[in-house]
Design a protein. Structure first.
Length: 446
C-alpha cells in the first residue's frame, strides 16, 4: 500500500481497508437514537479510546491527555490507543455498555454507531464556544437531524496537484482557484495535450494502484457524481440519483482518462515528474512539495456541470451513549479541541484544521497559503443533501446504510474504470443499494 493510501486511513476517506469493517456495520442491530447517557458529576475518571495512526498523531493525542490531566485535579482521563486497522471493528464488536466515555470514530461510521445506540448527542456537553469555533464543514459532517454527534480536530482536502513546469511547457492554461475551475472537457483536453508531450503518453495520476473498490474510490471520485448533478443517495434512494444519464456521461469521461493514467505502482508518478497532474488529497502535499518546490500548484477538481465538488470529513470525537459522566466527557472534548491541541495535531498530520481559529492562522491553509484552495472548498460545505452549484465540499451520505452505499458505488466505479458500461454498472449499484435500504426499513432513526 502506497504512502497516499496509508495516510488515507487517518482521513475521513478512512482506510482503504475500511470497507471491510463498514460492511460488518450494516449487519448490526439498532434503529433508535435513545441513549442512556447521563450528565454525571463532572468529576472522576473517564475512559477515552482513540485510533493509533501515525506516530506523530498518537503522540499529539497522548500529549493532549497528559496536559489535560495535569491542568486540573477533578477529572482524570484514561486513554487507550487501538491500532487503526482494528479500531472500527473493535467499536462495532463492543457492546455499548462497555464502550468508553469518549471515543474517536471515522466520519462515515458515525450514523451507524448512532443507529446502534453507541453515540450520544454532544450538544449538551461541549461548550457553546467549542461548537461555534468548529468549521461549518466539520459541523455538517457531525450532524444528524439537528443534533451533533461528533466534532473533528481536522478535516480533509481533495484536489489536483499540478507540475507548473510541465503545464507551462505544454502551453496549458490552468485554474488559479475555484472561480476559474476547469470544465470536464477542458481538463480532459489538458490531459491529452500533456500526454502528447510525454514519452510514454501518460500524464495523469489517479492513485489507481489499489483499485477503486474501496473507500478511496468513493472519497476520491464521488465528487464526479456530485459535480454532474447526481448523488449517491437522495431522500433515501439511489435510483434516480446515482444512475442518471448525466452521471453515466461523467463517468464515461472518467473512464476515458485511463489511457493517459500512470498506474503509479511505486507511488512516485507525480513526485518524479512522470506525470503532470495528480488527483489526490491533502496528505500528499508534504511529499509533493518537497519534490517539486515552487513548481507545485494546487488546483480544483473539474466541473461536470454542477460546479466543482470535493470530498470532506475525517476522524471525529464523540461521547459514548452509555456514559455516566457526560459533563466530564464534554470538558475533555473542550480541552482536546482547543487551539493548542488542534495546532499540534494538524502540524503533525498536515490536515486542514477543524476549527475556525486555527484554520485562519495555519501557514498551509490561511489566505495566501499553499493549500488555501482546500480551505476555500471547506468554507462552502454542501452537507450531504443540498448539493447545489454554489457549494463545494460534500459530506458522504450520513446514514446507517453507508456501508452498502460505499461498497456498491466503489464496486461500480472500479468496474467502469476497467471498461464496464457506466449506465449498466450504475443502475446495478443503485438497485442493490435500494434493495438493502428496503430490507432495513431505510435505516430510519426515529
Amino acid at each position: 500500500m502506497n504512502v497516499g493510501n496509508r495516510t488515507l486511513r487517518r482521513t475521513a476517506c478512512t482506510a482503504l481497508a475500511l470497507v471491510l469493517p463498514l460492511a460488518a456495520l450494516a449487519a448490526c442491530g439498532g434503529g433508535t437514537t435513545n441513549t442512556s447517557a447521563e450528565k454525571g458529576s463532572g468529576t472522576g475518571t473517564i475512559t477515552v479510546w482513540a485510533h493509533q495512526g501515525q506516530a506523530s498523531e498518537a503522540a499529539a493525542v497522548q500529549n493532549a491527555v497528559k496536559t489535560f490531566n495535569s491542568s486540573q485535579d477533578k477529572i482524570k482521563v484514561k486513554l487507550t490507543l487501538i491500532p487503526d486497522t482494528d479500531y472500527t471493528k473493535t467499536i462495532t464488536a463492543t457492546d455499548a455498555s462497555k464502550l468508553p466515555d469518549v471515543m474517536e470514530f471515522d466520519g462515515p461510521t458515525m450514523a451507524n454507531f448512532v443507529y446502534n445506540k453507541k453515540l450520544a448527542p454532544i450538544d449538551g456537553y461541549v461548550s457553546s464556544k467549542t461548537m461555534a469555533n468548529a468549521t461549518d464543514a466539520i459541523k455538517a459532517g457531525g450532524e444528524i437531524d439537528g443534533k451533533h454527534y461528533g466534532l473533528g480536530m481536522y478535516d480533509s482536502g481533495l484536489g489536483i496537484y499540478g507540475n507548473k513546469k510541465l503545464l507551462d511547457a505544454a502551453g496549458i492554461t490552468y485554474p488559479t482557484g475555484l472561480s476559474d475551475d476547469w470544465t470536464a472537457a477542458e481538463f480532459t483536453d489538458a490531459v491529452k495535450k500533456l500526454a502528447a508531450k510525454d514519452s510514454d503518453g501518460k500524464s495523469l495520476d489517479l492513485q489507481e494502484s489499489g483499485g477503486y473498490a474501496n473507500e478511496w474510490g468513493t472519497y476520491g471520485f464521488a465528487p464526479i457524481v456530485w459535480s454532474a448533478g447526481g448523488s449517491l443517495l437522495k431522500n433515501g434512494k439511489a435510483e434516480g440519483a446515482l444512475d442518471t444519464s448525466a452521471v453515466a456521461s461523467a463517468l464515461t469521461t472518467f473512464q476515458s482518462w485511463k489511457k493517459y493514467t500512470d498506474a503509479n505502482t511505486d507511488g512516485n508518478a507525480f513526485a518524479k515528474s512522470r506525470v503532470a497532474l495528480s488527483w489526490v488529497g491533502h496528505w500528499m502535499y508534504p511529499t509533493y512539495s518537497k519534490a517539486l518546490g515552487d513548481d507545485l500548484v494546487v488546483l480544483p477538481l473539474p466541473d461536470f456541470g454542477n460546479g466543482p465538488k470535493a470530498g470532506q470529513g475525517s476522524w471525529a470525537w464523540g461521547i459514548g451513549a452509555d456514559t455516566k459522566n457526560g459533563k466530564a466527557a464534554g470538558a475533555f472534548l473542550d480541552s482536546l479541541l482547543n487551539d493548542t491541541n488542534v495546532t499540534v495535531m494538524t502540524t503533525a498530520n498536515g490536515a486542514p484544521p477543524g476549527t475556525k481559529s486555527v484554520l485562519a492562522k495555519s501557514p498551509l491553509y490561511k489566505q495566501g497559503g499553499p493549500l488555501q484552495l482546500f480551505a476555500d472548498q471547506l468554507a462552502t460545505p454542501c452537507g450531504d443533501s443540498d448539493i447545489n452549484k454554489s457549494c463545494v465540499a460534500v459530506t458522504r451520505p450520513v446514514t446507517a446504510g453507508y456501508p452498502t452505499v460505499t461498497a456498491k458505488f466503489s464496486d461500480a466505479l472500479n468496474s467502469i474504470y476497467g471498461g464496464a458500461d457506466p449506465k449498466t454498472a450504475l443502475a446495478k449499484a443503485a438497485r442493490a443499494i435500494d434493495q438493502d435500504f428496503s430490507d432495513n426499513d431505510g435505516y430510519k432513526l426515529p
